[in-house]
Design a protein around this ligand. Structure first.
Ligand code: ATP
Ligand code: MG
Length: 370
């Protein structure tokens, strides 16, 4: 898919802005604090109706205004979509081709984006919870049913942990029976989560490894592995269920002593290695960044498989941190098929032979010009 134009009104530091983005590569150049990230963020917001940076919608509205209006024309396989999103203190209103959408979920998905920003380095460098969140968001985007099981699992987990704490000094049979109930529910949803994670990671691995090899001219072999809290080799749900239940009963005493659930998908992790060495520990900054990037780019292929069209790629401030070879490979891999929006503080830091055809925009104090 392809974003033909974007227009903003009262969005962050943009008063009004109209942008013609009729090009596969759009580069936004400007000094710090001029509005480059705000612009990419606005495209992200048009896709998902929320920001990648904040959960507070009112931060998106220009300080002295009470609403903001975002518009985009998106060309897709089967026609052009006109997207309109109005955010005010009263809430959000979305229109698709002029028709108001009662449910935001009917609007989300009209535009698909993959954003890669500096904070995504945390997927590699940060703690396991960052990786789980990445995984959950990724799977959730293509498989909404997954999010249902995740929510249910988390609810049960909280209840179960509360019960475990009570059982520290009261192991009455009523409590034991209650624990049985929570165990079954935990395992029921847990098995669904584990199964989906295994399935999607298998796909993600293939794409990410291939992309990483491409970006590094075959010098680096990336391997992604799932580090499940439960080593479950099976795919059969009944067997998984059984194995998870057995593990819980084995951990029973320890769990009551500590008052928390010690096994399950809430303790899963991912591990990355390059040429057999763990990236978190031994990888250089550039390798860590390339690993995170390969994961994000794998997401692009993922979505393509799922929806039959490529999403739009948003690269905020990340290109200049890659060496020129990696930059060129990255751009050339996607230039033909994926529309890309890139921000940078200096165009001279972007080394790609084939950028002559790109749109270059200058961003200054909430204004954009060619
Ligand atoms: N709601 C808002 N209303 C008005 N201005 C805002 C609002 N939110 C943020 N800003 C301003 O927008 C400016 C530009 O922010 P942005 O993050 O887009 O900069 P940038 O060009 O990406 O800079 P950098 O190169 O440092 O990443 C900031 O100075 C900030 O004060
Ligand atoms: Mg920025």
């Amino acid at each position: 898919m392809f974003v033909k134009s974007v227009s903003l009104q009262h969005y962050r530091n943009y008063e009004t802005m109209e942008l013609d983005t009729n090009n596969n590569v759009n580069i936004f150049v400007g000094r710090n604090a001029q509005g480059k990230t705000n612009l990419l963020e606005s495209i992200f917001v048009l896709a998902l109706t929320k920001s990648h940076r904040t959960a507070k919608d009112r931060e998106l509205i220009a300080w002295d205004k009470d609403h903001t209006l975002l518009k985009a024309a998106v060309e897709r396989k089967y026609g052009t979509y006109n997207l309109e999103l109005n955010i005010s203190k009263q809430g959000k209103k979305a229109k698709l081709n002029g028709l108001e959408q009662k449910k935001l979920s009917n609007f989300i998905g009209s535009l698909n984006v993959v954003m890669f920003a500096p904070e995504d380095l945390e997927i590699v460098k940060g703690g396991p919870s960052v990786r789980r969140r990445f995984l959950d968001m990724e799977i959730g985007q293509v498989h909404p049913g997954y999010l249902y099981h995740l929510q249910q699992y988390q609810k049960v987990l909280v209840q179960r942990n509360n019960l475990l704490k009570q059982m520290w000094n009261d192991r009455s049979s009523a409590h034991m029976q209650m624990l049985e109930v929570w165990n079954e529910q935990l395992v029921e949803h847990g098995v669904k989560i584990v199964k989906k994670r295994k399935y999607y990671l298998k796909k993600l691995q293939v794409w990410a490894e291939r992309i990483h090899a491409g970006i590094t001219n075959g010098q680096e072999q990336l391997a992604i592995s799932y580090v499940p809290s439960l080593a479950l080799d099976e795919d059969n749900e009944a067997v998984l269920f059984e194995q998870f239940m057995i593990k819980l009963s084995q951990m029973n005493d320890q769990e009551i002593r500590r008052g928390i659930t010690l096994v399950g998908p809430h303790r899963d992790d991912l591990a990355f290695s390059i040429n057999g060495k763990e990236v978190q520990t031994y990888g250089s900054q550039g390798q860590q960044r390339t690993t995170a990037l390969s994961l994000k780019l794998a997401e692009i292929e993922f979505m393509h498989e799922e929806i039959g069209e490529y999403p739009v790629l948003l690269l905020d401030d990340v290109l200049s941190e890659l060496d020129s070879y990696r930059q060129t490979q990255l751009i050339e891999t996607f230039q033909e098929k994926v529309q890309t929006f890139i921000t940078t503080t200096g165009i001279e830091s972007i080394h790609a032979h084939r950028l002559q055809d790109a749109n270059v925009f200058h961003v200054e104090n909430g204004q954009v010009r060619r």
